[in-house]
Design a binder for this molecule. Structure first.
Ligand code: FPP
Length: 238
């Protein structure tokens, strides 16, 4: 991967809701899984574009805790695509310095797939070029519930609980909150994604289905992000 070429500071964390695979396929008279396959292929191009732009953390919402409601063959197909993505991409990503992380629950994916993801995480654990955070079998509300349980198990007292302590109990502990959340396809919903972490994220809703989301779209968003006035509840510094 080439190094960042511009002088503007890249956001530390970009998170993406990869929406529109089904509509992309439908418009081409293809089965929904063909859209997911095209979407999986696009991960590769967006990861490389993000690394080139200097983004340190890149999260992909690939399978939500609610996606189990989809037809069995679609669920099975998404699991197979995750396995295929790891088999075909992980060695190259590893060579390029990418570290794979996972948020959500690996239990429920089946022992072989779980092992595959764990092995990829282990293989890449010392890489520092970019973190690829895969939200798979992930839900924001579920994450908050898990954090509450963890705090109770740790015996935390009420007066010790603050934003830092809760953040440290999340699946995303140690990862900065997303500066940018992108949802492709034009839909404008959060859909249970990074509920706790995205409170001050800048949201973008490009009118493009995920398989067609390109480096140009990403660069345009980074440029627009640079013009936004982030106040975090305070007053403008401009
Ligand atoms: C939303 O589009 C997309 C998903 C629920 C799945 C996203 C998954 C991938 C891109 C591939 C699997 C990921 C990995 C890591 C291999 P949709 O199907 O809801 O689209 P629609 O709204 O147009 O129907």
């Amino acid at each position: 991967m080439a190094d960042k070429s511009t002088s503007t500071k890249a956001p530390a964390h970009v998170a993406i809701i990869m929406d529109g695979n089904g509509r992309w396929a439908k418009e081409r008279g293809l089965p929904r899984l063909a859209g997911h396959r095209a979407g999986t292929k696009n991960l590769r191009r967006v990861i490389r574009a993000a690394a080139k732009a200097g983004i340190q953390n890149l999260t992909f919402y690939a399978f939500s805790t609610e996606n189990w409601k989809r037809p069995e063959d679609e669920v099975r197909g998404l699991m197979a695509l995750l396995a295929e993505f790891i088999e075909t991409e992980i060695q190259e990503l590893h060579k390029e310095g990418a570290r794979l992380l996972h948020i959500g629950h690996l239990d429920g994916l089946g022992p072989t797939l779980k092992r595959k993801v764990e092995d990829a995480i282990e293989l890449t654990k010392n890489n520092t070029r970019i973190n690829i955070i895969l939200a798979f079998n992930y839900g924001g509300r579920d994450e908050i519930i898990c954090a509450i349980k963890k705090l109770i198990e740790e015996g935390a007292n009420a007066d010790e609980i603050d934003v830092e302590r809760v953040s440290a109990a999340m699946f995303t502990a140690g990862i900065p909150d997303p500066d940018i959340v992108i949802r492709t396809s034009g839909e404008q919903r959060t859909s249970n994604f990074l509920v706790w972490q995205s409170v001050y994220s800048e949201w973008f809703f490009p009118q493009v289905y995920w398989p067609d989301f390109s480096e140009e779209h990403l660069l345009q968003i980074l440029e627009d992000f640079g013009k936004r006035d982030r106040r975090f509840g305070g007053l403008s510094k401009k």
